[in-house]
Every structure is written in C-alpha cells, then in structure tokens.
Design a protein. Sequence first.
Length: 345
Amino acid sequence: MKNLEQNFENAIFAITGGTGSFGSTMAKHLLDSGVQQINIFSRDEAKQEEMRRKFADERLRFFLGDVRDAGSIAPAMRNADYVFHAAALKQVPSCEFFPQQAVKTNIVGSDNVIKEAERAGVKSLVCLSTDKAVYPVNAMGMSKALMEKTAQAYSRNFQDSEMTVSVTRYGNVMYSRGSVIPLFVSQLQSGKPLTVTDPKMTRFLMSLDDSVELVEHAFLHADPGDVFVKKAPGSTVEVLARAVASLLGNDDPEIQVIGARHGEKPHEALLSSEEIAKASDEGDYFRVPLDARSLQYELYFEEGETKISRSEDYDSANTKQLDINETKELLMKLPEMRSLVERKA
C-alpha cells in the first residue's frame, strides 16, 4: 500500500469493528505501512484477545465498547487522525428477525461514531457500506442506507467542518466471516451437498484486499459526502459453488437448492441508475458526489437542475460475469483458498 506509506506512516488510526474480517486485514496493511498507532474498537473481548496474540504488536491498542454507547467510543477516538467505521450488524436474516437491533447499531451507532470523531478532531472518517443499501429490501440494507444518509447529512449540514466524512460501498467480500465460501468448504470437507438458495442468483465478488484498497482510495481522494464504489466482477451462486468444489478436487458436486433466505434479492446493485447518472468514472472506481443543495429549493425553481440522464443500474447481473475457470482464478488469489488447495495437493 504505497500511498499509505507516503501519506499516513506517522498517523494514528481508529477502526470500529476492528476485530472483524475487514478490521484485521486493514490493521495488517497499516502495520506493514509503518503507522504510529491503531486503536481497535469492538465489543468482543474474546476476539480482541485473539487479535492481540495474533499480531503481538505494541502499536495496536484495544478499546472495549459498543457504538451504541457514545461514551465508550470517545477513548478510541482520542488523538486519532483517521477512522474506519466498520462496526455493524451485517447478517441479513438476523436483521430481518431483529430489525430494531440493526437500527441501534447501524444507524444510531454510526451517528455516535461521527459525532465522537468530530469531537476528537479526526481529519477523515470513512464509513463502510454495502450493495444491499441500494434499493434495499431487507432490514440490514435499509439500516445501511440510512447509515449512508446519516454520513451525508453530516457533510451537508456542517460544510465548514474540518473532518471529511465519506462512504465506501462494496459487494460480497469473499471468505469474510459469515460468507458463503467457508460454508461451501465445510460442506465439501464433510461430504455434504452444497446448499444454494438460487443457482441463478448473482453476486459481486470482491476480496478483503479489494475492500482495503477501496477504503484507502476514499481516504486519499474523498470530498465530504462522497460515495465510492470499486468495480468488481460477478458470478452466479452456482458458478461460485462449482468453482470452490473444483479447486478442492470435486468437479461434479451435488448441489441442493434450498430457496432464498429472508430478505435476499436475486441480484445486488452497487449503484442505482440515478447515481450512475451523476457518478464520475475514476478507472477502477466510481465516485458519486454529494448533493449539497440546501432546503431552499426555490433557488432552483427558475433555473432548474441538471437533467437526469437515465441509465441502467450497476448490478451483479450486468457487471462482467465470470465463468467457472475465471472464478477459480479469482478464488486462488485468496490466501485461505490457496492454503486449502495446497493442503489438498
């Protein structure tokens, strides 16, 4: 991460939800880049102890708390220059059964993080979102969409703030905690059928390293309220299942269709057609700028606003679709899959 070495090596970072898959990966990148200190904030003391032993680096400092409790956030923000906000309830089915919990963590908790970061004098805060926030049909996506709106409202209402708040939005992160690939691996190793909800369902495919690069891009290039998306390929769930099985020596796995879970969509979108219309293409990324207009709409009545040019969404069905061999190549970039394949050989 060359840019981090050039820009952030003497900085102090804070990561909410820092013991999760993203937080651990980002912490490793930051430590390799030579940063001064990383404050890991999370509510799970067991995961903190596990991470403390794994990294064994005195630059990591651990803070126990919950984003729902604003007072517990403040110590982790003290002296921080940059904050990654990754703490969230992310499992779609559990949020469907307990939507009020998703509201408390993903919306109220995010508002707490933004306010505490501002009080601490943080320079830049990046909030991590999800493709499920676009046209949300489930409680998790709805709460994440409102998290995005909370971040953008801060940028709109406090335009003189010295803190830049931006949002990154990404699709399924492969081999992250709770994702489907570890499930497929477990089923294959125990000789069970691969369970898929709908073989034709499509999803974006991103690695944890991709998500780290996206957040780094936001830190280095964001204006207040920007939403960033990293371009990513996609595949059907069936292709993904068969690719995982093939890498582990089974080219004809038994696949059992179990039907869509609560709140699942056949395809996920990273950008709506309205967002695509005003987005700028930055090579590997899209940037959607903040609509910074005030509530004084009468200022726009006479001259009007730029006409919206409609186009299709950027979703997991119209992005580049990978076949089984291409999906296998992508999977082999994951350290976990390479390790499994090497042990299998």
